[in-house]
Design a binder for this molecule. Sequence first.
Ligand code: C2E
Ligand code: SIN
Ligand code: SIN
Ligand code: SIN
Ligand code: SIN
Ligand code: SIN
Ligand code: FE
Ligand code: FE
Length: 361
Amino acid sequence: MDPKLKKLLNASYEIGKEKELNGILLKLTDVTRSILDADRCSIFLHDKEHKELWTIVAHGVKEIRIPESAGIAGHVATTGESLNIKDAYKDSRFDKDVDKKTGYTTSTMLTFPLRNIDEESIGVFQVINKKNGKPFDNEDIDLLQHLSLYVASNIENTMLHEKVKKAGEDAIYRLSYATKFKDPETQSHIIRVGLYGEKMADALKWSAEEQEIVKLATPMHDIGKVGIPDRVLQKPGKLDDEEWGIMKKHSLYGYEILKGGGTTLMQKAAITALDHHEKWNGTGYPNGKKEKEISSYGRFAAISDVFDALTSSRCYKKAWPYEKAFELLREERGQHFDPKFVDVFLENADAMKKIREDYKD
Ligand code: C2E
Ligand code: SIN
Ligand code: SIN
Ligand code: SIN
Ligand code: SIN
Ligand code: SIN
Ligand code: FE
Ligand code: FE
């Protein structure tokens, strides 16, 4: 088989497995550089809001940002024409600033526009310095033209996928925060509990998909608090028995709200809400489940929620220092909490503190 074709087929197989734009672009530039025997390959994305072109990937270079009309890249983006430059420094359109910043010497460059199906500019695809020292030839032009179509449709699909994902994530965070009218829990608390859980799942070698589910299911654990009367939820002091009986219903209310959801994420979120106040030793609520009868999502949420509640102030108590909160997790290891999950939390104590600090109330 033609070695270039073989490289392309292998790359497209690898790209199919990649979910994030960054990873896809990295693989696309790697294979393009290799097939065209170029020293560098860059994909510039068109940021229309800031009127800039920027690269996520450029071999050996960090992010580059240039005005959308600057340089060869800007010319190609603006006009939609491809350009094959034999000596960049003799071309007045070339933007020497980029080389100045990166300490690189550009000589030959082949640049194609990236357009979406509506023929709008989404970026620029560029190879620089053919390794044999000659200009890019007709075969290179033909290859890069075809690759441009493939790259453009990949970028469009991935961005659409990320937009949809982001919309879902945003809706989860915003709706979990609907309890703000009832409860002092902040938007940051809601995000943090998911991130502690994600970190534990990562340390336990759960798959990326499962980690994502933990990250997004945990924030919904207290959504049932919308069904708890203010006189209970907002009471400044200790709850009496009647009030405590009402308060404990928030786990079941959350389960009822979420269980009708049609996705795995919502099913796990429902179970998280149901189980987040169960205790490893069987003394929790609402069902008094013990050990592995409690879903692992509920066991993650228990640790994350208590750690975050302890290190936060409430209408009935002050925030605890970290060491005191870690000490409580240690004391409750095998009592309130899954012993293995406590170990993982404590082994990652610095990462957990960082999450607490990065997402302040
Ligand atoms: P929350 O404030 O989000 O607290 C979540 C969990 O963190 C609590 O679940 C408890 O396990 C732990 N936690 C929070 N503060 C402390 C503390 O000062 N000491 C210890 N040892 N653990 C703490 P729990 O107990 O099932 O409470 C569920 C929810 O009920 C709380 O959510 C809060 O909204 C409410 N709540 C609990 N106790 C009181 C109270 O004394 N007064 C009022 N007004 N509400 C309370
Ligand atoms: C340009 O397109 O003029 C410069 C881009 C680069 O050197 O990477
Ligand atoms: C709040 O209003 O409770 C705080 C908002 C936030 O942390 O985003
Ligand atoms: C409470 O904080 O009022 C109840 C304590 C518990 O059962 O964990
Ligand atoms: C899991 O999928 O890890 C357990 C969840 C459950 O118990 O339903
Ligand atoms: C799991 O992957 O769900 C098992 C983890 C556990 O329940 O300890
Ligand atoms: Fe709760
Ligand atoms: Fe909570």
